[in-house]
Design a protein around this ligand. Structure first.
Ligand SMILES: O=C(O)CCC(=O)C(=O)O
Ligand SMILES: [Mn+2]
Length: 241
């Protein structure tokens, strides 16, 4: 219990103002169709949900996250337009994704500390590679892990992951803690959007023809998770450089 309390202190942060979403999903996914643990289910061609794939390693992942956070703390990056993002972020791996007034890009160094980003914990890399291989991306070697922390009301608007060099490599996205609604659209922002609930331990992998699909997260609902407290943690793995 003491261990959980410590994790929750380190995972938590300043309070956030709830935000409203402008996202309007146009069709619904049925979570119960995809509830069997670790059986990959195709969301659309090239995109898969592996329910509970990370559940067994959850404590290890959260433990290793503390080591990363001790070197690169949470921060709310600025959008190029100058607004603070509602999701708090940090990075580990050779490359880290950053956003500021100059735009979106990958850097080898944390702008806050001037030091290289913390190393990617072996538990992170192994999980990402194993999830990717399970759905056919056997050569995936992530060099970047963007770590997102959602507090109540935090959201990620529909966007494409397109700052990476090689779109033949997939995205691997791991959910820990509170559940959130994942939006998965098409190749244009205006395309219809599927929605599905992402729960603790779920992993989504998208690549191939799905690699550049728009996606996002609806504002996080308040809640309490035994391992993360009042937040959702997402680990997004990419082969960026
Ligand atoms: O939190 C998530 O599940 C998605 C994160 C994401 O899309 C990103 O970091 O680019
Ligand atoms: Mn993304």
């Amino acid at each position: 219990m003491a261990c959980y309390a410590m994790k929750r202190r380190l995972l938590g942060g300043e309070s956030m103002t709830p935000m409203n979403s402008g996202d309007k999903p146009t069709s619904a996914m049925h979570g119960d169709l995809f509830s069997e643990a670790s059986t990959p289910a195709a969301l659309v061609p090239g995109a898969y949900i592996l329910r509970g794939f990370a559940s067994e390693q959850d404590q290890q992942l959260l433990h290793d996250l503390q080591t990363v956070l001790a070197q690169a703390p949470w921060r709310h990056m600025q959008t190029p337009g100058g607004l603070a993002m509602s999701v708090a972020m940090c990075n580990c791996g050779r490359l880290g994704w950053v956003s500021d007034r100059a735009g979106y890009r990958y850097t080898t160094h944390d702008p806050l500390s001037g030091k290289v980003w913390p190393a990617m914990p072996p538990s992170f890399a192994a999980l990402a590679q194993s999830a990717a291989a399970t759905v056919g991306f056997a050569r995936f070697v992530p060099d970047a892990c963007l770590i997102n922390r959602y507090q109540t009301g935090a959201k990620l608007s529909l966007h494409q992951d397109k700052d990476e060099q090689d779109f033949s490599q997939p995205i691997v996205s791991v959910s820990l803690g509170l559940a959130a609604t994942f939006l998965f659209g098409g190749l244009r922002r205006s395309d219809p959007v599927l929605r599905t609930e992402l729960n603790h331990g779920d992993v989504v992998v998208w690549g191939g023809q799905a690699r550049l699909r728009y996606h996002g997260i609806l504002p996080l609902k308040p809640g309490e998770h035994p391992l993360t407290g009042d937040v959702r943690i997402n680990l997004t793995f990419r082969a960026a450089g």
